[in-house]
Design a protein around this ligand. Structure first.
Ligand code: ZN
Ligand code: ZN
Ligand code: ZN
Length: 378
């Protein structure tokens, strides 16, 4: 257990000890000398650190040979490590002051040239001198950490459940927030407050797509006034401690929908359910995508579904596995991803239903449980 006041910002240290040793083993298997991890989701994953990237280098160095990991960090940023597991794990802290070359410190103890993998969050500002320092072009650590990051452990699944419940509570409040006569921007401002009030540390994204805007899957918000008769797509989410994201979409109708909208929406509901029903260990990502797509295609709606069915989620809102045609990766117990088919009619309206699911031993567990139907408001 952590004794820090900010304990809830990360898991217990043993979780990170385990992740660090598995990351080192994966680096060894990949024939690498070390992993170099600057601030970002990989550093959160491996050390529970929310440190930020600046022009001065902060970098976790994980040697592949099993030697202890160390942190290269500017002395003036040392406080940024205090909530991480670095202290309790007894990692060597190689702090540096202005005038010293931190890239040389990173290269110390590594062969030259060294085969290193860097986090994809490493800014070019650091990548280029890191490459010069180790004497070789690094590869991406994503390939090494993919397995680890994709299969969520019990603590991570619990965090994703908490995130799912928090965003469900925000959708449950839509009756107070979403009304004809308000602008998308006004609605989005209230949703942002609700996202924070319901336990997120940040509103990472708020999409309010009303009427024709709903036909643009990544429309955010505008000053458009929501009208009676509009269909409104609300896609919202953000991180909860210790950094795991929610992401859920529901579609609302301002007044009773037309028979045409209701009929098409019913097909979307069936498509979303077909994809969820297929999920079990061993089923490929592309088969899950195809399950949703074929339901829509059978009703002449193939062209209305213009994006992949889903994306993995965790410390990043979008991460592997991607539920998309061409991805033959079989899903496995512990993977977490969205199932979010949508239908879009340019210039008219759109709809999407999105739940996050976690793959279980014999199926999947949705972490979002709000009703899927077109909710009539106003
Ligand atoms: Zn998206
Ligand atoms: Zn979403
Ligand atoms: Zn999503």
């Amino acid at each position: 257990m952590s004794t820090h006041a900010g304990a809830s910002t990360r898991f217990s240290s043993s979780v990170y000890a385990d992740r660090l040793s598995r990351a080192a083993a994966a680096a060894r298997d990949a024939g690498l000398d070390a992993l170099l991890i600057t601030p970002g989701p990989d550093l959160q994953y491996l050390l529970g650190s929310n440190a930020q990237s600046f022009e001065r280098l902060t970098c976790l160095v994980i040697p592949a040979d099993g030697e202890p990991a160390s942190v290269v960090i500017p002395r003036l940023e040392l406080a940024a490590l205090k909530d991480s597991a670095a202290d309790e794990l007894g990692l060597e802290i190689r702090d540096w002051v202005d005038g010293v070359d931190p890239y040389e410190i990173v290269a110390q103890g590594l062969p030259r040239p060294a085969r290193v993998a860097v986090t994809d969050a490493m800014p070019a500002l650091h990548l280029i001198p890191v490459a010069a320092g180790v004497g070789a072009l690094p590869v991406l650590a994503t390939d090494v950490l993919r397995e680890l990051r994709m299969i969520k452990d019990t603590e991570e699944i619990e965090a994703l459940r908490r995130a799912g419940q928090a965003i469900d509570r925000v959708h449950a409040r839509m009756g107070e927030i979403l009304r004809a006569g308000r602008t998308e921007a006004d609605v989005a401002a209230d949703i942002t407050s609700a996202i924070l009030a319901e336990g997120h540390t940040e509103a990472a994204f708020v999409i309010v797509g009303s009427g024709p805007h709903g036909a643009d899957p990544h429309h955010e918000v505008s000053d458009r006034v929501i009208e009676q008769g509009d269909i409104v797509v609300i896609d919202i989410g953000g991180p909860v401690e210790p950094g795991y994201n929610s992401d859920s979409t529901r579609t609302y109708s301002m007044g009773e929908p037309s028979p045409d909208v209701a009929a098409k929406y019913a097909v979307l509901e069936e498509a979303q359910r077909a994809a969820v029903d297929l999920i079990a260990p061993g089923v490929t990502a592309e088969a899950i995508d195809a399950a949703a797509r074929s339901v829509l295609a059978a009703q002449g709606l193939a062209d209305a579904f213009v994006h992949r069915t889903g994306h993995g989620i965790g410390l990043s809102v979008h991460e592997e596995p991607y539920i998309v045609a061409g991805n033959s990766v079989p899903v496995r117990e512990g993977m977490a991803f969205s199932v979010e088919p949508g239908i879009y009619f340019r210039g008219e309206w759109g709809a999407r239903i999105e739940d996050i699911v976690v793959v279980t031993a014999d199926g999947c567990e949705p972490v979002n449980v709000r009703p899927h139907g077109l909710t009539v408001l106003g």
